[in-house]
Each structure stands twice: as C-alpha cells, then as structure tokens.
Design a protein. Structure first.
Length: 270
C-alpha cells in the first residue's frame, strides 16, 4: 500500500508537469517591441543597409535590448516586424517570436516552462527506477516484467543524460540555443553573458524562495523581456569600475609616478 501511494503521488505530479510543459502556450514579446506602421514603412522603403541599421538603432534606443546580431546590428525579426528582446528567437514551427526560447520540441516546449520540464524529467527518472516488489513467477508475466524492466532501463539511461544536460544549462544560465551559439553583445559574443553565479542562476528559473524549489509551481523571475547580465552587474559595481579606472590612470600616470619616486630616492641619498 505504501509503494502504491508513493507511486501514484509521483505519477500525478508527472502528469501535471507534463501537461504544463506541453500545453502552456509560449509567450510573445510585448507591443512596445513591435515596430509602428510609420517606422515599418520608413524601414521598408530604405534600401541602404547602413541606414536601416540606424533606423533600428533609433527604435531600440528606448528598449531594454543589449544583445546584437553577428555584425553588431539590432536583432530584428522581419516576419514578426519587431525588435527581438534579449534571448528571444523566432520559432519557425510556431511561426512567431518566443521569449527566452530554448528550443522547439514535439514533446516539450522548453522556453517559458523550463521549470516544469525539468521537474518532469526528474519525475520520469524516479518512476523509471521505481522498485519492483514480489517474486517473479514462471508464467508469461515473468517475460512481461523483464521486458518492462529492460524498457525502463533504456528510458532511464536516455533521460539521465537529458536531465543532466539541462541541469548543466540551468547552472550556467544558458538555453540550448545559447549553448550552441553564444549570444552576441556590444563587445562581441560571450557564452557567459547571462551567467550570474550558481545560486542566482537557479533563482532565475526556480525563484528566490528556496523552500519552493522542490515544488512544481511557476515562480520564475522576470517577465521574459529583460534578464540581468554579468557584464552589466560588473559595470554597475563601483569597486570594479574603480579598479578599471585605477588601471587606466596607472598606465597614464606611470611615467610621472616613476619620476617622483626617482626624485625622492635622490633626495634621500643626498
């Protein structure tokens, strides 16, 4: 009875997380990222690429957009006619731009429901290795149980690699797309651009309340349009900026400092 109660509790949680992973609709960017009719007409009538880049830069000036294309331009979707927010990509299967898109999958849509998907993978692993009770008989049921055991082992091995890979992605605060192609910032591509540290990376997916991390509920931070970045946090840190300023000042003032030191040494000798 105890095994059946535990099994069915895990099975209900498995079905719930699977339902949330599959049937939760992906979130599209807000209206402020969409190009207005006047800007759209001005952009389409312009044939010079450099002027088009300037138009996109003017539109994105008031938006929290920090990632760039490979050539340093603003990320723009010509099919959805919008400025792409950071970590947003156009899904060719869904035919729309999806916020924080991980990848499109026939079974999981790992973008806005990453927490439920990871919980579902974890529960799948637990159910695959759920212990069998009782002795095997010599009838047909013996072969059925052995076949189920073999299938469970195959699923466990494949799911273990998939679960471990996505845990690694969460610990680095990366999506599957970002793992294959590093996001590009103003200073160039940086695969650790959104890496804030292990604990803060987990908080981005599971929320700030650590007591709720083991519960399959939605508690992710933000609305999907803006994400804290390592480069910005370092730039806003006064100690780091002072260190950079000190280095620049030290390079500029090195000859003056050396001359003062030499003059003091001469005075001490005299």
């Amino acid at each position: 009875v105890a095994y059946l109660v535990v099994f069915h509790i895990l099975f209900v949680l498995f079905v719930w997380t699977y339902w949330k992973s599959v049937f939760t609709l992906p979130i599209q960017p807000a209206k402020k990222f969409h190009m207005s009719y006047a800007d759209q007409e001005r952009y389409e009538n312009e044939e010079r690429p450099e002027v088009q880049r300037q138009i996109l830069a003017e539109i994105a000036r008031k938006l929290p957009v920090y990632t760039r294309t490979g050539n340093g331009g603003i990320r723009f979707c010509d099919r959805c006619q919008l400025i792409k927010p950071d970590r947003c990509h156009h899904c060719s299967v869904c035919a729309m731009c999806v916020l924080k898109m991980d990848h499109h999958c026939p079974w999981y849509v790992l973008d806005t429901v990453q927490r439920f998907s990871i919980f579902n993978l974890f529960l799948s692993l637990v159910l695959c290795c759920f212990p069998f009770q009782g002795e095997l008989t010599n009838g047909r049921s013996k072969f059925h149980i052995l076949f189920l055991l073999f299938v469970a082992i195959m699923f466990f091995v494949s799911l273990m690699f998939l679960f471990g890979y996505h845990c690694w992605l969460v610990s680095r605060n990366r999506s599957t797309l970002e793992a294959f192609s590093a996001p590009v910032f103003q200073n160039g591509p940086d695969k650790n651009g959104f890496n804030l540290g292990f604990v803060k990376n987990l908080q981005q997916v599971f929320g700030e309340e650590k007591k709720l991390w083991l519960l399959p509920i939605a508690s992710s931070q933000g609305d999907g349009h803006f994400f804290p970045m390592r480069a910005l946090s370092e730039a806003r840190n006064p100690l780091l900026t002072n260190e950079e300023q000190w280095e620049e000042d030290g390079i500029d003032e090195e000859p003056q400092g050396s001359s003062e030191a030499s003059s003091l040494a001469i005075e001490r000798e005299t």
